[in-house]
Design a protein around this ligand. Structure first.
Ligand code: SF4
Length: 223
């Protein structure tokens, strides 16, 4: 899998370059965005983050102390707002209580411990935990999401491999380089939103020479 991942990374980088993810003004904002982005578009997340910012509420102490009705109304644009307000409250209270409000203090701990701690919080699954670790804490924890799995399956790089083994393969192939892992996930998401969509646009794809699905798509078009 290593050589295929390297080829994938190289080809996407030629196409997209450095995408500068994650768009945020600080580590806690990354963590908030990682929770708010669940099951919604990034535009909605941006609106919710702007609401939090306009109230000066984008910090653990404010969110931990805020009443739920107010928090729900601020994050309402992101959808599932009651649930997400609860998740944010729990994350903020945890950071406030355990790290005196400084989320970056987690980055001095072993990765396994940080991941287990994040996963113990409600609303934080593997994808959210890895997003927080990679983009907020700058730890080499690759984010495997549904886009990654779909792309790798189509390319024939993985076939039924677990998220954990895909994650480990990327981390190993990209030498646990945080900048490369961060940009690799960004490029995959962008590519899957614009080109390798549910109905793929293979004629536009720089990966088609390494993709088994591309031939099938061409056959379907010529049928
Ligand atoms: S060639 Fe088609 S199926 Fe393969 S990665 Fe590109 S868009 Fe996806």
């Amino acid at each position: 899998m290593r050589s295929s991942i390297l080829r994938l990374h190289y080809t996407l980088f030629e196409e997209y370059g450095d995408l500068g993810w994650w768009p945020a003004d600080g580590p806690f904002e990354v963590a908030v965005g990682a929770i708010l982005t669940q099951n919604t578009s990034w535009n909605n997340v941006e609106t919710a983050i702007e609401s939090l910012k306009s109230e000066g509420a984008l910090c653990p102490s404010r969110i931990a102390a805020m009443n739920m009705t107010e928090l729900e109304s601020l994050v309402r644009p992101s959808g599932f707002f009651r649930q997400k307000a609860r998740y944010l409250k729990q994350l903020a209270s945890h950071i406030e209580r355990e790290y005196s409000g400084d989320i970056t203090a987690m980055s001095s701990l072993p990765m396994e411990r940080v991941r287990a701690e994040l996963l113990s919080l409600r609303g934080v699954g593997p994808e959210t935990a890895d997003t927080i670790m990679l983009y907020a804490l700058r730890m080499p924890s690759f984010v495997v999401d549904a886009y990654t799995v779909r792309l790798l399956r189509r390319l024939g790089i993985c076939d039924g491999d677990s998220h954990a083994s895909i994650k480990a393969a990327f981390e190993e192939a990209l030498d646990r380089d945080i900048a490369k892992l961060a940009n690799a996930h960004a490029m995959i998401v962008d590519h899957c939103k614009s080109v390798c969509r549910p109905t793929p646009r293979c004629v536009l794809c720089p990966l088609r020479e390494m993709c088994s699905e591309a031939e099938k798509q061409e056959e379907r078009v010529s049928d």
